[in-house]
Design a binder for this molecule. Structure first.
Ligand code: DAH
Length: 355
């Protein structure tokens, strides 16, 4: 009997120790099987010895064994419970978000300048019609800016576009010619560059910054933007130009917009036209914006002069083309209702934040 009780006691203590060591539910379950498992648990094994005890001791030993077993089961259940609660608490603790914690100040985010926004929009639009987008230098040779587009030296047409002449400029590219250099007065300067580079047929736009020697006022600025387009191919005529302009005008100012072309002299085109779109404010009725004409002048265009094609290395007997120069700054002002051109370059945040 003493040995039996001794064993029972040892088993109880060992079991309690092992319960305490458990640090996961799986461990609890494993210890439970080791001690209280019905088939091979240590307890079951011990009970098997009961039958070998003398009859008078059996009853007491049996009762004691049962009590210890119930006690152990209760302890294990309680410990499991506590463990579960603690684990739950810990998980909650870890997931806690402190809603009162101060946040970092949101960095101020800028956005595109209205000129850039509209430029990207039109670049997408022209790309969708199969135009490539090309670039030219802002500091341009006198040759590409004037001579190559049929404005010879000493020709009175040069007076139409006074600009900033750059003294003592040494071009870095070996291909560039020495001579007079200017801040380009128009994006038409890219026409001959593109023809020489890509040849015909050609469908391209050249958006960019231009410069002129202007005294500034609400309508004039020394730095402004243009968007030039050329289409050169066999059998190109003015109706292609008109079609393209109408699509552009509708894209910019809505499906009701019409285009009007009237003859105008530009040295690099023949015939040359000046292009107007229906005033989007009064829908053509006449208002302050369109000076009661119902029309807004936004572009110059025409059929590319044979001299310009020749200069670009293209045979004017084989190919024809049209060219158009949009007053891009003007398009932007009209689109966004900006009434002073000088605001665009002012860097004034109060102005820029409106877009
Ligand atoms: N380059 C002209 C200007 O700045 C605009 C222009 C007119 C461009 C007629 C063209 C054109 O391509 O065909 O005033």
């Amino acid at each position: 009997m003493t040995t039996y009780l001794q064993q029972l006691n040892n088993l109880k203590e060992k079991a309690i120790q092992d319960f305490k060591k458990s640090s996961s539910m799986a461990e609890f379950d494993a210890v439970e099987i080791v001690y209280l498992g019905r088939k091979n648990g240590a307890f079951t094994d011990l009970v098997k010895q009961l039958k070998d005890l003398p009859a008078e001791e059996k009853k007491e030993a049996g009762e004691l064994t049962n009590r210890v077993k119930t006690e152990l089961e209760a302890t294990l259940k309680k410990q499991k419970e506590t463990f579960k609660n603690e684990a739950w608490q810990k998980a909650l603790e870890e997931e806690k978000i402190d809603l009162t914690e101060p946040t970092y100040p949101t960095p101020e985010r800028g956005h595109f300048h209205p000129v850039t926004t509209l430029m990207r929009d039109l670049e997408d639009f022209f790309s969708s019609m199969g135009f490539v987008i090309a670039d030219g230098p802002e500091l341009e040779s006198d040759y590409y800016n004037f001579t190559a587009v049929n404005i010879p030296e000493d020709h009175p047409a040069r007076d139409m576009q006074d600009t900033f002449y750059i003294k003592n400029h040494t071009p870095t590219s070996a291909k560039a010619s020495a001579g007079t250099w200017v801040m380009r007065t128009h994006t038409s300067s890219v026409q001959v560059r593109a023809m020489q580079k890509h040849g015909a047929p050609l469908r391209a736009i050249f958006p960019g910054k231009c410069f002129r020697n202007e005294s500034t006022d609400v309508r004039h600025e020394h730095t402004f933007y243009q968007l030039e387009g050329v289409v050169i191919d066999k059998n190109i005529n003015l109706s292609h130009l008109k079609g393209m302009l109408e699509a552009t005008a509708k894209h910019l100012y809505g499906p009701e917009t019409k285009v009007r072309l009237r003859p105008k002299f530009y040295p690099f085109v023949e015939p040359g036209v000046n292009g107007e779109v229906t005033c989007f404010l009064c829908k053509g009725v006449g208002c302050r914006l369109c000076k009661n004409t119902g029309w807004l002048e936004v572009l110059g265009a025409g059929m590319i002069h044979p001299n310009v094609l020749k200069e670009g290395g293209i045979d004017p007997n084989l190919y024809q083309g049209f060219a158009v120069g949009f007053g891009f700054t003007r398009l932007t002002m009209l689109k966004y209702g900006i009434d002073d051109v000088r605001l665009l370059q002012s860097g004034n945040l109060k102005f820029l934040k409106q877009f």
